[in-house]
Design a protein around this ligand. Sequence first.
Ligand code: HEM
Length: 419
Amino acid sequence: AAAVSRRRVLAATGIAGVAGLAAAGGAVARDAFAQDAAPAADAVAFRGAHQAGIVTAAQDRLHFAAFDVVTRDRDHLVALLRQWTAAAARMTAGQAAGGSGAVGGPAQAPPEDTGEALDLPPAQLTLTVGFGASLFRDAAGRDRFGIAAHLPPALAPLPHFPGDQLRPELSGGDLCVQACANDPQVAVHAIRNLARIGFGTVSLRWSQLGFGRTSATTRAQSTPRNLMGFKDGTANLRAEDGALLEEQLWVQPGDGPQWLAGGTYLVSRKIKMLVETWDRTSLAEQEAIFGRTKGSGAPLTGRDEFDRPDFAATGADGRPVIAPEAHVRLAHPDQHGGARMLRRGYHFVDGSDGLGRMDAGLFFLAFQRDPRRQFVPVQRALARSDVLNEYIRHVGSAVFACPPGVRDAGDHWGRTLFG
Ligand code: HEM
């Protein structure tokens, strides 16, 4: 049904090259009408109290985009957010993007969908929006769109961490859209069409393709492995965590600006892995670095993946079995007043560096109720002592406030902020 819906739009625009589809004709179009109302089998609901793409079972593919707003006109920005919302609702249902294109209009105008997802199902596409601090105030501190008073204190810039090698062209952004799907073409199509609709109002600042989820976000999902070969996401927050999600993930009404209640904060970090160095490191050393075994993912003090690490246990030599500088010890909630995050990252391989090394790593994405209490202290501890640091470099960084979900057909991204 979804594929048919996308096709119908192109058929209506009469694009050359899909003449066959158009000719398949009336029957196809009628089917589409009959089925448009019913959600496709592999569609994720776009509307709800929270945005989709956060506790949604992590899909396999990512296209993440950060945009800068290039207009000074608040009305243009709000109009774009409305258009984006409508396009997102359609695309996540497997339909054409729509927007300012040519459906029903002159055939000389560009079509209102770029077309490459024409035959593809929704593939569990989710589109999740976030607002960066720079949307509220520019570098000179000026209120850009009359929303500076609503800047959440928790959206403060991250501090510099030891070892950071952040590149401005891979960092920051006024807006972000996280597109996740089980088909890379569906995720890329979604970002491309939002960028197309936003032409003249926003410009793409940086973007990242990702594959192979590096976490599990529901109990039904098995734990995947990261590019270092370790199970990643074992101790993650999950959709089923109920009250814990209110405590650790969702911004609560009393937390800060009311517009963000039911939303969350997203920290993105592009982390390169020095995979060639890693691959020459012994298995024992690799396991000591994480504090977990590579095969089962069990803590070095346990047998099964989900056994609780015993940080007090010592070996025959009297030293802790899980080293003081092991990643899971430093990142563990016990070290940070119980702070947890919902990690939802992806691998990246952006080709190679011309010197025989893969340009690969982890595009780390973590959702949380307050980065000042969660990401920042954990990353501070990791940056200071984690033995993993020898094998990784943080090269990109951004923080976004992700508003609550779009509730109904009259609602749109940013409504609670812009009114
Ligand atoms: C746990 C890998 C960066 C926070 C883990 C685990 C692995 C891992 C294999 C154990 C399994 C699990 O519970 O998920 C990596 C790699 C990284 C990286 C390869 C960089 C390339 C980070 C960063 C943070 C972070 C930047 C946050 C600042 C955590 C947390 C846990 C964890 C909170 C769970 C600890 C626990 O509750 O036991 N990571 N990680 N990681 N990591 Fe990372």
